[in-house]
Design a protein around this ligand. Structure first.
Ligand code: OXD
Length: 311
């Protein structure tokens, strides 16, 4: 068995996979072409086109992250090789912390207190009832489900939305266009955790932002392409004049790193983190990939990504 690894920490991955499969050839994409070629498996994050193009006998491609958008967009991705992705290899818990922080930021009024502090203004604001703070979670995959349930456990009414109907204890699950409208109409905080696919790109546009209650907040740790950034800026209003939306906590952007001159950086009601909401935990990810490779070698293809759906 030959495995080629490409990501930003390939040596650590090669050591772990070599220890799990001592008889395998495990190399990084830096190995000479004659060593890399003829791989059975690629374990990769955002691989270069040549790495996919040069392979002739792949049994599987393992995406070393949860989002497969970059891999599916790679023009050299072979159509007949199953793509397997990481499915909550320990990312769901940090993601739930990130989202809970974001929801509490707006629910507890830290955005307003930030502003008051700059003016040395002491003005306690009333604390809303959690029951009056429905949170919408768009995307109920392995990570979205965990986040929705963590928010419900924290006491918020949670409305979840997914492409197809789902049932989740403690979460009011909706689907379809009507379901999306119902979630948008109620969400005081909207959390976007959908994958980047042809159906979801630009989903949160001006029209849908306008369907949120006035003063709603947006938390996007999913994918930048879900949000029309210029519609978001319009909805946030400029400088001192708030718009329809109260604020946004953003972790992902249509271009990353976020360019220096992007107006989101300077906006007083936007909080930015650099795509760090739920870093993939190395040990959990390695264990999951080892399990995938064992399944492949036992003749059982692990659950593959559906390239048409995009996840
Ligand atoms: C992922 C990510 O998809 O880190 O895993 O964005």
């Amino acid at each position: 068995m030959k495995i080629v690894v490409h990501n930003d920490n390939p040596d650590r991955w090669c050591r772990a996979l070599q220890a799990a499969f001592p008889r395998a050839t495990v190399v990084t994409a830096e190995a000479p072409a004659e060593v890399r070629r003829g791989a059975d498996y690629l374990a990769v994050w955002q691989p270069p086109e040549w790495l996919l193009a040069e392979q002739t006998q792949l049994k599987g491609i393992i995406n070393l992250g949860a989002g497969v958008d970059a891999l599916l967009d790679n023009p050299e991705l072979p159509a007949d090789v199953p793509v397997i992705k990481l499915r909550d290899a320990g990312m769901a818990a940090p993601m739930a912390d990130y989202v809970l922080y974001g929801v509490l930021h707006f629910y507890r009024g830290f955005d307003g207190y930030d502003h008051q502090q700059q003016q040395a203004r002491w003005a306690p604001q009333p604390l809303p009832d959690k029951a009056d703070w429905p949170v919408g979670v768009l995307g109920l995959g392995a990570i979205g489900r965990h986040v929705a349930q963590a928010l419900a456990e924290a006491g918020f009414p949670v409305l979840g939305w997914s492409r197809s109907a789902k049932h989740l204890d403690g979460v009011d699950c909706r689907h379809g266009e009507d379901g999306l409208d119902a979630v948008l109409a109620q969400a005081q905080s909207l959390v976007t955790l959908l994958p980047d696919t042809a159906d979801t790109r630009g989903l949160i546009n001006a029209e849908r932002l306008a369907k949120l209650p006035p003063g709603a907040s947006l938390i996007n740790p999913g994918r930048g392409a879900l949000i029309d950034e210029s519609a978001l800026l319009d909805a946030l209003g400029d400088g001192d004049t708030p718009g329809h939306l109260r604020g946004a906590l953003l972790d992902v952007f249509s271009t990353e790193p976020l360019p220096d001159d992007n107006p989101l950086w300077q906006h007083p009601r936007v909080w930015i983190t650099p795509h760090t909401s739920a870093p993939t935990p190395l040990d959990g990810a390695i264990d999951q990939v080892i399990r995938y490779l064992h399944s492949f070698e036992a003749g059982k293809t692990p659950t593959a990504v559906n390239p048409d759906a995009g996840y």
